[in-house]
Structure formats: structure tokens, C-alpha cells
Design a protein around this ligand. Structure first.
Ligand SMILES: *Cc1c(COP(=O)(O)O)cnc(C)c1O
Length: 390
């Protein structure tokens, strides 16, 4: 199996599992208990908080552990709407992950209003449109740091400055950026940011919400007062410990991500662009995370390609994972105004530091042959790649 779907989820790093195991076996104390036996869990959460804070460049006290990126993003928007009942408008973008996009759609059905700011054909945000979308009743601006489908990076510092200039809260979904680009939240005017462990070789079901110590917050989960009252519920100790270890490893391998993984991704793209005629890269090739390749193959049906590649042992995706079952054309690529054929022929390959050169070599032998086969089956029009280069 060649796993090239690391934006959907990643393999747990064995060193992460090793640090988690005691908290699933012997060290089962509740971190809120006062006796010495529970101190191990408490101390381990403390260390995890320091490690996640180090990865994203903030203070440990600004990290609140959650059940994942989805909860963190929902909690950020929820908080902003609770803070001021007069502010019932959200500014976000047309290409957000469902964790933000669908929550905003839900809010729009329940009395709030939402502006989805457009992107251009390369997936770049229209900053002027974003600024114009902010109104006196805007509660929050929410824009992702890196796109999960194309890898395109938004200019987070500039968006933060726009929001600050208009005195509006700013949340960024930084799930796909953490561990892939350098991050110093203390230098950016951002109040809330979302993270997820399983996108960086940590366990599923754990993430974090960054809360700037200068920002006010209204919690979504209320109960036992864990996480300083900001997220109640007994901590998922083993998962949090795993997130901490994964964050430490991600910080240590940021250089490798920016050099070796980027070179792998670039080589992969270059070979496919050369060997498979009428292939296109989706999204800005410069302002991009190092691990993501969104490619469009003329005349190919992505669903058929996924099945064929799956038979040959390659895991990749068409658009975002959440959409593969429903056969909906990618909302993100549609927002980039790519035509239907180009969207239908799009596959996302996403790499990690655990992919080897040998795996990529094999994928580069399999994919051109698979595309040739699919085009031959689809007939002469497909093999010419008509109407795609628009
Ligand atoms: C995966 C992902 C999420 C959701 O994180 P979960 O931990 O799976 O809830 C949110 N945003 C982006 C950009 C993602 O890639």
C-alpha cells in the first residue's frame, strides 16, 4: 500500500503510540483528582500543552484541548456569536473545510448571516472583498491558513490586519498549516486558531483551540470546568499526550517537511506533468504547503481513477474525503471557477515525512499507466483532453 492521502489523516508515529500507552493502561488516573496517582496524568497534559504551544508559537496557557479540529472551529465561531448578541454576521471564505463551512451554513439557517468571500482561479483570497464584507454587525472573520484540498496558503498576517483594522475577531483554521509552515501565533493578530492531531501523525479525536490570552472566550461545553473552564469534560489523556508528542516531532521535522517532502511533491508533480499529457496543477503553485499536489487529468473521471489506483495499492482522494462517498463535485475547486471536466478529473495526492522515495517511484510508474488506461477506455475525445485547458 502506498499512502498518499495525508491531508485526510496520517499514520500514527510509533513514538507517539509509545508515549500514549501508559495512559491507556496503568496511568489511568483522572487528571482532576488530588492524589499522587493522578499526578502523572496531570503532568503529562502539562507537557503536551507546552509541546503544542511550542509548535504553534504561543504560550501553553493559550492552548485548550478539544476533540479535534471540527470542535475547535465550531467553538471559535460559537464564542464570537455569544460575546455580543448584536453581532450576528460572519465573514468566511468559499473554500473553508466543512468544519467551518457547514457550521456557517447551519448558522445561516438559524437567524445569522454569513458572507462567503470568493477566491480566484488559483485559490487566492480576494482581500479587498474580504475587507468590504465586514459590517458593523460582523462578529468574526474566519479564514483557513492552508487549504486541505489544494494546499493553497492564505495571507494570514494580512487577513489578521484587516480584521484588526475593523475591530473584528479573527479565527483561522490552521489544521493543515501546523507542522507544514513556520508558525508564530504570538506575532499574528489572531484571537482563535484551530488544530488537529491526526493530520500530523497524532491520534484521531483530539485537537486544540488556540485562545489568545488577550481574547475573551465563551465556552461551548460547560460542566466540570476542565481546561480552565474553557472546555469541560474529563480530558482524553492518552490522546492529548499523543498530540503533544506528535507536535514535538512535527516541530523537529519542519525542516524536513520544507525540504525533502517538498522536493518529493515537486518531483511527483513534475514527472506527472511531463508523462501524462493534459495534466494541470490546481491552485497557486508558489503559496502552497509543501506536501499537497492537487492535479487535474483531462478526460478522467476521478471516481474511476480512485478505484483503479486503489486496486494498485495507491490511496489518494478526489476533492476532500468527505465528498468522495457523495459524488458531489468538489466545492473548493468549484469556488475556483474550474470547469466541470477539470473538477471531475481532479485527484489530490498528499505526502508526509513517512513516505519513502521508493514508494513515490512506484506511484510514478503506476499513475501514468492508470491514466492512459482510463483515457483509452473513455475514447478518443478523452485522450485529447478537450476543453480542459480553459
Ligand atoms: C481535517 C480538517 C479539519 C477537521 O479536523 P478533525 O480533527 O478531523 O475534526 C478541519 N479543517 C481542516 C482544514 C482539516 O483538514
Amino acid at each position: 500500500m502506498i499512502y498518499l492521502d495525508n491531508n485526510a489523516t496520517t499514520q500514527l508515529d510509533p513514538a507517539v503510540l509509545e508515549e500514549m500507552l501508559p495512559f491507556l493502561t496503568t496511568a489511568y488516573g483522572n487528571p482532576s483528582s488530588g492524589y499522587g496517582f493522578a499526578a502523572a496524568a496531570r503532568d503529562a497534559i502539562h507537557l503536551a500543552r507546552e509541546r503544542v504551544a511550542a509548535l504553534v508559537g504561543c504560550e501553553p496557557g493559550e492552548i485548550v484541548f478539544t476533540s479535534g479540529g471540527t470542535e475547535a472551529s465550531n467553538a471559535a465561531l460559537h464564542s464570537a456569536l455569544q460575546l455580543d448578541a448584536q453581532r450576528r454576521h460572519i465573514v468566511t471564505t468559499a473554500v473553508e473545510h466543512s468544519a467551518t463551512y457547514r457550521y456557517c451554513e447551519h448558522l445561516a439557517k438559524h437567524g445569522y448571516s454569513v458572507t462567503f468571500v470568493a477566491v480566484d482561479r488559483d485559490g487566492n483570497l480576494d482581500l479587498a472583498a474580504l475587507e468590504k464584507a465586514i459590517r458593523p454587525d460582523t462578529a468574526i472573520v474566519s479564514a483557513m491558513w492552508a487549504n486541505n484540498e489544494t494546499g493553497v496558503l492564505f495571507p494570514i498576517e494580512q487577513i489578521a490586519d484587516v480584521a484588526r483594522g475593523q475591530r473584528v475577531l479573527f479565527h483561522t483554521d490552521a489544521v493543515q498549516a501546523a507542522g507544514k509552515v513556520p508558525m508564530r501565533l504570538r506575532d499574528v493578530s489572531v484571537q482563535y486558531a484551530s488544530f488537529s492531531a491526526h493530520k500530523l501523525h497524532g491520534p484521531k479525536g483530539v485537537g486544540a483551540l488556540y485562545l489568545s490570552r488577550r481574547a475573551v472566550f465563551r465556552p461551548m461545553l460547560i460542566g466540570g470546568g476542565q481546561e480552565d473552564g474553557r472546555r469541560s469534560g474529563t480530558e482524553n489523556v492518552a490522546a492529548i499526550v499523543g498530540f503533544g508528542k506528535a507536535a514535538e516531532l512535527a516541530a523537529n521535522s519542519l525542516g524536513e517537511m520544507q525540504a525533502r517532502v517538498r522536493a518529493t511533491r515537486d518531483r511527483f508533480e513534475d514527472v506527472l506533468l511531463r508523462e501524462v499529457p493534459d495534466t494541470f496543477v490546481n491552485g497557486n503553485r508558489e503559496a502552497r504547503v509543501p506536501n499537497t499536489a492537487s492535479l487535474s487529468f483531462a478526460g478522467i473521471e476521478a471516481q474511476a481513477a480512485l478505484m483503479l489506483l486503489d486496486q494498485q495499492g495507491i490511496c489518494c482522494s478526489a476533492g476532500s474525503a468527505c465528498h468522495t462517498a457523495s459524488l458531489q463535485p468538489s466545492r473548493v475547486l468549484a469556488a475556483m471557477q474550474l470547469n466541470e471536466e477539470r473538477i471531475n478529473g481532479s485527484l489530490r495526492f498528499s505526502f508526509s515525512r513517512l513516505n519513502t522515495d521508493a514508494e513515490v517511484d512506484r506511484a510514478l510508474q503506476i499513475i501514468p499507466r492508470a491514466m492512459g488506461k482510463l483515457r483509452a477506455l473513455a475514447g478518443p475525445r478523452a485522450s485529447r483532453g478537450e476543453s480542459l485547458a480553459v
